[in-house]
Design a protein around this ligand. Structure first.
Ligand SMILES: [Zn+2]
Length: 188
C-alpha cells in the first residue's frame, strides 16, 4: 500500500496510517497477508499540501515507463525533465523490487464524484472484489492519459495487479476509512 503520492491528498496518508494502527492493534485481522505499507511517498509535498514534490514534479508522472512524456514544467502534472529523475520515484521502485508484492493498492483522492477502484494490469477482478465492499465504480481508465504513472509502471508493464483507489474528496477521512476498510482487507 502506498499513500501520499500527491501531497494535497492527505486522506490517502490517513487511510494508510489507519491500516497500520489496525494491524498493530489487531494483528489477526491482517494475518492472511503480509502487508508492506508506505503511508507517505511525497513528504515534502504533504508538508506544504502541494500535489508535486519539492522539485515541482508530479511523482505519478515520473516513472520510467514506455509511455513517459515530457510535459510542461508549468503543468501541475509536470513529469520532470527525465523519467525516474526523483528520489521518491526510486524509493517506490525499490520497495517493489525488494518486496515483490503480489498486489498493490495506491491511494489517491479525486473530486467531482469520480471516486473509483481504478485498475492497471491484471487487476480487474480485484477491483471488482473491492467494489463489492466499498461500492465504488470499477474503471480501467481514469478518463485522461497518465503517462509515467506508477500504475502503468507496476500494473501494465510489470503485470502486478495494481489498484489506484481514488477516494472521494468530499468525504471525511473517517468516512473513507469506514467505507474502505473492508475493501482493503478483502485484498488478502
Ligand atoms: Zn493523486
Amino acid at each position: 500500500m502506498f499513500g501520499g503520492f500527491h501531497g494535497d491528498e492527505p486522506k490517502s496518508v490517513d487511510i494508510a496510517q489507519r491500516l497500520i494502527s489496525l494491524l498493530e492493534e489487531s494483528p489477526a485481522v491482517g494475518s492472511a497477508a503480509r502487508w508492506v505499507i508506505v503511508p507517505l511517498v511525497n513528504p515534502d509535498g504533504y508538508e506544504r499540501r502541494k500535489r508535486r514534490n519539492v522539485h515541482g514534479i508530479d511523482l505519478n508522472r515520473n516513472f520510467p515507463t514506455d509511455n513517459w512524456v515530457l510535459t510542461s514544467a508549468r503543468s501541475r502534472m509536470f513529469s520532470g525533465d527525465a523519467p525516474g529523475s526523483e528520489p521518491e520515484t526510486h524509493a517506490v521502485m525499490n520497495v517493489i523490487k525488494r518486496f515483490k508484492p503480489q498486489q498493490i493498492v495506491t491511494i489517491h483522492s479525486i473530486g467531482d464524484r469520480r471516486f473509483c477502484n481504478n485498475y492497471d494490469g491484471p487487476a480487474r477482478r480485484l477491483a471488482t472484489k473491492m467494489s463489492r465492499h466499498n461500492g465504488y465504480p470499477v474503471t480501467g481508465s481514469i478518463g485522461y492519459p497518465t503517462p509515467g504513472s506508477f500504475g502503468t509502471w507496476a500494473g501494465i508493464e510489470r503485470r502486478i495487479p495494481t489498484i489506484t483507489l481514488e477516494l472521494p474528496t468530499h468525504h471525511s477521512a473517517k468516512r473513507c476509512w469506514e467505507d474502505n476498510r473492508p475493501a482493503i482487507l478483502a485484498m488478502a
